[in-house]
Ligand binder design. Structure first.
Ligand SMILES: O=c1[nH]c(=O)c2nc[nH]c2[nH]1
Length: 445
C-alpha cells in the first residue's frame, strides 16, 4: 500500500461543471508524496477502514470536524502584489488618474527591498488565510523586488505565477517609474525568467514566470513585440489588462485603429496561455477572438465596480467557450478574498441582467466554478477539484450557521459561498502541505 503524505477524512464540495457543485459525504481523500490526490475512498468502499487505520498509525490522518467541509483551494487570477498597502484606499478616481496619482508612486517604492519584504510577507499570509492556493501576480518594474516576492511565496508555500511588470512608454508612464527603454524592459524580463527558474530549481517551489506587459498604453510597440517573442521562446504564460475601461478600450483604437484584444493578438500576446484581466468592454467579436486564441479572462468584479465602467459578461464569455476565472485585483479591488469576489460576481451579474442583458445572472455554483476550475484551467494546472489526479489544494471551512439553519447540502453550499470569512477558514493546504493553520496544531486530528 502507498504511504500517503496526508489522508483527510470528511465531506466535501467540488464543482461538477459550470452549473453544478457536487457534495460528497464522508470520504477519505488520500494524498501521495508528490502532493497529488491519489484516491478518494467512499465510506462504503471495502478498504475504507484499513486505509484509515494505516493513516492513523502513520500520524497522517486529518479529520474534518462536524459542521466543517473540505473545499478545493481557490485560484486568484489577478493580483497586483505591490498594491497591497493600498487595498481599500484611493478608490476615488478613474483608472488613468488613479494610476498616476496613487499607484505608480506606490509601486516605485518597491526598489526598497526591505519594504518589499514586509509587504509581500503580509500579502501572501493573507491570501493563504483566505483560501487562495494559487496566485497570478503582477510584481513591479524592479526585478529584485519580484524575486523577493517569489522567495516569500516559496517560503510560505504559495503556488505562484509572477511577472516582472514591463512598462516603457514615456507618454503613459512617469519618469520615476518605467523601464528605461524597450531593450531594458526585455532584458530585465529575461533576467527575471532565468532567476526564477534557478529559484524554482533550488527550492522545489511551484513558481512560474509570466510575461507581463502592464497594458497596451504603458508599452511601446517594440516592448509589446519583444514580450510576445519571449513568451514564445520560453513557452510562458502571459498576463495583462484588456478592455478594462472605456478609456483603455478607446486608447487602443486611437493608437492602432484596432481593438485592444486585436493589438495584444497582433503582438503575439493573446495565446492559449494568456490571462487578460477585466474585459468589461469586450465586444462579441473580441470574445470570438479570445475563443479562437483560447485565451482566458480574469473577472475582477469588485474592481470593475470602480474602474470597469460596466459589468463583465461572464455568461456570454462562458457560452462562447472562453475560459474565465476570478481575480481580486488588489488594489483596484479592496478585498484579498475570493469569497468576496464570488459574492460580488453574483450581485453584479444580477444588476447586469436587470439593466437589460438577458441570461446574465450567475449562481453560487457558477461563481464557485470560476474560483476553482475556471482559474485552474486558465493557468493549465490540475487544481480546483477534489478528484484523483488533481493537486491536493484544499481549504477546510467551517459552516457558521450549521446548528441553526438548513442541513441540505445545496443550502450548506450556498451558505459557505455567501458567509465564509477568513475566521471560518480553518486550514489551507497547497499540494498536501499545510500552509495556513487557524485551528491549533493538533486540534481536529
Ligand atoms: O486595475 C488596474 N490596476 C492596475 O494596476 C492597472 N494597470 C493598468 N491597468 C490597470 N488596471
Amino acid at each position: 500500500m502507498i504511504t500517503y503524505q496526508l489522508v483527510i477524512e470528511g465531506s466535501y464540495f467540488s464543482s461538477a461543471n459550470f452549473d453544478k457543485a457536487d457534495f460528497t459525504p464522508e470520504s477519505l481523500i488520500c494524498v501521495d508524496q508528490s502532493g497529488i490526490i491519489d484516491r478518494v475512498i467512499s465510506v462504503t468502499d471495502n478498504d475504507y477502514q484499513t486505509v484509515k487505520q494505516v493513516a492513523i498509525d502513520n500520524n497522517v490522518l486529518k479529520q474534518v470536524p462536524t459542521g466543517s467541509y473540505l473545499l478545493p483551494g481557490f485560484t486568484d487570477l489577478h493580483i497586483h502584489a505591490p498594491q497591497w498597502p493600498q487595498a481599500g484606499l484611493a478608490l476615488d478616481k478613474p483608472l488613468n488618474e488613479w494610476l498616476n496619482t496613487y499607484t505608480f508612486p506606490l509601486e516605485a517604492k518597491f526598489k526598497d527591498l526591505d519594504y518589499a519584504k514586509k509587504v509581500y510577507q503580509s500579502l501572501i499570509q493573507e491570501l493563504l488565510a483566505n483560501g487562495t492556493t494559487t496566485g497570478l501576480f503582477f510584481g513591479s518594474v524592479d526585478t529584485n523586488a519580484n524575486l523577493v516576492l517569489a522567495q516569500i511565496c516559496a517560503d510560505l508555500g504559495q503556488r505562484a505565477f509572477i511577472g516582472k511588470v514591463a512598462m516603457d512608454n514615456p507618454e503613459q508612464t512617469p519618469d520615476y517609474y518605467r523601464d528605461e527603454s524597450a531593450a531594458m524592459a526585455l532584458s530585465e524580463t529575461e533576467t527575471f525568467i532565468q532567476k526564477l527558474a534557478e529559484m524554482k530549481q533550488a527550492t522545489g517551489a511551484d513558481l512560474t514566470a509570466v510575461i507581463t506587459p502592464r497594458f497596451v498604453p504603458s508599452c511601446t510597440d517594440e516592448t509589446l513585440q519583444g514580450l510576445g517573442d519571449l513568451a514564445k521562446k520560453y513557452d510562458l504564460p502571459i498576463q495583462s489588462h484588456c478592455s478594462e475601461s472605456i478609456w483603455e478600450d478607446q486608447y487602443a483604437i486611437d493608437r492602432f485603429n484596432l481593438r485592444d484584444a486585436e493589438v495584444l493578438n497582433k503582438f503575439g500576446l493573446l495565446t492559449d496561455k494568456a490571462v487578460m484581466a477585466h474585459g468589461t468592454q469586450l465586444s462579441d467579436d473580441d470574445l470570438a477572438l479570445f475563443e479562437q486564441q483560447q485565451a482566458a479572462i480574469a473577472h475582477c468584479p469588485i474592481s470593475n465596480a470602480y474602474f470597469g465602467n460596466s459589468v463583465m459578461r461572464v455568461q456570454a464569455a462562458h457560452n462562447k467557450n472562453v475560459k474565465v476565472g476570478l481575480g481580486t485585483d488588489i488594489s483596484g479591488g479592496f478585498s484579498p478574498s475570493i469569497y468576496r469576489n464570488m459574492q460580488q460576481a453574483i450581485m453584479s451579474s444580477q444588476m447586469l441582467q436587470d439593466s437589460g442583458t438577458p441570461a446574465a445572472r450567475l449562481s453560487a455554483s457558477n461563481a464557485f466554478y470560476l474560483a476553482t476550475i475556471g482559474g485552474a484551467k486558465a493557468l493549465h494546472i490540475n487544481s480546483g477539484q477534489i478528484k484523483a489526479g488533481f493537486k491536493a489544494d484544499f481549504q477546510i471551512v467551517q459552516d457558521q450557521y450549521f446548528e441553526l439553519s438548513s442541513d441540505k447540502s445545496s443550502e450548506i453550499f450556498e451558505r459557505l459561498v455567501y458567509h465564509t470569512n477568513k475566521e471560518n477558514i480553518k486550514q489551507v493546504y497547497v499540494a498536501g502541505k499545510l500552509v495556513h493553520n487557524n485551528q491549533g496544531e493538533n486540534n481536529g486530528k
